[in-house]
Design a binder for this molecule. Structure first.
Ligand code: SF4
Length: 390
């Protein structure tokens, strides 16, 4: 990321949102649409234009990480991916060791696509598996089976991917802990380098959230707590380190892109619905293909939902994101950002949380214990910040 001599070049992580999927999953609240004829063909040139506009405005920035998210980026054709990667290399300083992640879905990750992605420099694959039980995949409305997920991982290995992450979801309606652990064990057997395990949240307006009560009833709190705690134990026993509430990796294989975002570094988001944060400025592209198209064509990039983050908000966000990670919050950094010492301003709360073994203090950092992670939202609220507020 840094030049060998002289000051470090400004660096920015890039996020590229590909807003199309084969079909909409029943739990999904991300901005993505079922792919229509010609949609990707219209999207890619605009994305390239947006990229060029930013490069003209910001200059040739160092890019330590790129993340193709969605949506389903594995719906891109190899030719489209080649055009995007070519533009990235033309406009930005993409170091040879840059981490380049692409999210893929089992049903659309063909061997040809995976080989092309690997040869174009994509070196990390995040595979949306969610469950290794077909009845759970059907409940979620996923367009693939457990077997297809297993086959996609095998194809990814033969295409040369040495850094693969599997996305899984626990806490599904009607799910028993033993069923979740069965999925988790099958995932471990496949030896991915990284696992993301998210608890299902029923997002208002999604088909699953609107389903009849008996279809959407989540497991009881106590069972959910066991699922979370036993996930950590099982994965640690298998050699994965938890580095964030929902993320586990083999040593040295944590996702650098997400870590950069959690550490409050700059990131530039391209494509509809993508958010960017550069210093104290934040903006979010429209969650609408037509509005995003107009924004790019009229060169009004960076203006939609634009805000200047106050020092208080930036400090609160640092606290919220840092407490989700196992490194925890650097108290000196928080003091210099906020102008206040958390240990003084929240002494009684922190003391109470320590007594309940929900947080730990050490080496100038405040960390949540694994039990504390179970109630992270309440702890963050107790420390004076509503999670998700800004
Ligand atoms: S594949 Fe991912 S982004 Fe697409 S609908 Fe399903 S959950 Fe949403």
């Amino acid at each position: 990321m840094c030049a060998e001599s002289g000051p470090a070049a400004p660096a920015v992580s890039l996020y590229i949102h590909v807003p199309f999927c084969r079909a909409k999953c029943r739990y999904c609240a991300f901005f993505s649409q079922p792919r229509r004829e010609g949609a990707l063909e219209a999207y890619v040139p605009l994305l390239l234009e947006e990229l060029a506009l930013w490069a003209a405005r910001l200059g040739r920035l160092a890019v330590p990480t790129v993340f193709f998210g969605g949506g389903t980026p594995s719906l891109l054709s190899p030719q489209d991916l080649e055009r995007i990667m070519g533009a990235l290399r033309r406009h930005f300083d993409l170091a040879p060791e840059a981490e380049i992640t692409l999210e893929a879905n089992p049903e659309s990750a063909s061997l040809d696509f995976l080989r092309a992605a690997r040869s174009l420099g994509v070196n990390r694959l995040s595979l949306g598996v969610q469950s290794f039980r077909d009845e759970e995949l059907a409940l979620l409305g996923r367009p693939h089976t457990a077997r297809q997920a297993w086959e996609a991982l095998t194809r990814a290995r033969s295409a040369g991917f040495a850094n693969i992450s599997l996305d899984l979801i626990w806490g599904l309606p009607g799910q028993r802990e033993s069923q979740w652990l069965e999925t988790l064990r099958r995932a471990v057997e496949l030896a991915p380098e990284h696992l993301s395990c998210y608890g299902l949240s029923l997002e208002p307006g999604t088909p699953l959230a609107e389903a009849p009560e008996e279809e959407r009833a989540l497991p009881p709190e106590r069972e959910l707590a066991h699922m979370f705690l036993h996930t950590g134990e099982l994965l640690e026993g298998a050699g994965y380190l938890q580095y964030e509430i929902s993320n586990y990796a083999r040593l040295g294989q944590a996702c650098r892109h997400n870590q950069a975002c959690w550490e409050g570094r700059d990131y530039l988001g391209l494509g509809p619905a993508a958010t960017s944060t550069l210093g104290a400025l934040r903006w979010t592209n429209p969650e609408d293909l037509r509005a995003w198209t107009e924004l790019v064509q009229t060169r009004r990039i960076g203006l939609h939902q634009r805000e200047t983050l106050s020092p208080e908000i930036r400090a609160q966000e640092r606290l919220m994101l840092a407490l989700r990670t196992t490194r925890g919050l650097d108290l000196a950094e928080f003091r210099s950002l906020s102008g206040q010492s958390l240990l003084h301003s929240h002494a009684a709360i922190i003391q109470a949380l320590r007594q309940k073994e929900l947080v730990r203090l050490g080496k100038g950092r405040l960390r949540l214990t694994r039990t504390g992670m179970l109630v992270s939202s309440s702890i963050i609220r107790a420390l004076g910040f509503e999670e998700g507020e800004p």
